[in-house]
Write a protein that binds this ligand. Sequence first.
Ligand SMILES: [Zn+2]
Length: 268
Amino acid sequence: MPELAEVEYFRKQWDPGLGGKVETVLTHPKARIFRDIPAAAVRKGLQGRTLERSSTHGKQMMFEFSDGAWLGLHLGMTGKLFTADAGYEPVKSDHLVLVSGKRQLVFSDYRMFGKLTLDVSEDGSSPDWWANLPPRTLDRGFTKKYHAVFVRRFPRTPIKTLLLDQRGFPGIGNWMADEICWRLQIPPQTPSGKLSNEQVDAIWKMTRQVSRDAIRVIADDWSKPPNSWLFNHRWKDGGTCPRRGCKTDLQRADLRGRTTCWCPICQR
Ligand SMILES: [Zn+2]
């Protein structure tokens, strides 16, 4: 599932359409991505408007159009955005296509766990659900104190599981949560209430570091992270710990429903 850096990467894929007016909106009305708003309302709402700017918030994306139209997108498991030229013929999994001049902005999602919303406001202000999202891990509002208060609210939750909670850690997903625990040498199963204050602060710092690293490497051009990260070693059985001098076989197990990978030596 796309995490904050992958979402940022996909957001940029519609940048060629900035400043362009949407002439035609093509949809698959029965696609499940239209479960929160009918496709007809999206067609009507975006027709004739200009794409002005876009941003991400964790796993959410927002595309702002002229005259106060706000298109929120969530990629789900397999959602993708791309820009195609005028000759492109949309395929079955392209559920939303915005035709603008010589370009087509495409939202494609073959498994359809993704979804979208459209809000149109008279005064141009952002929809409440967007304005009320918690601070992003790289926002000023994501302070050490704010983080510690959140972590201490869930003493029985394993720290890995808590790092996946979008209320506290928007955009952190499975690989980033494993990366944070591994870099800090904290066992992912550790109940949050057992963490020392120093560990809680270290998790705050590392969450920001891994967020920055992920954006730097992945968000521009989908580069592969370096081999010194857990990232390249965690996906399948047989990976070894990349920490210098360790090389222990990594362990993988289900933790509260999510596959979790850790080093049994470094994270004892
Ligand atoms: Zn190790």
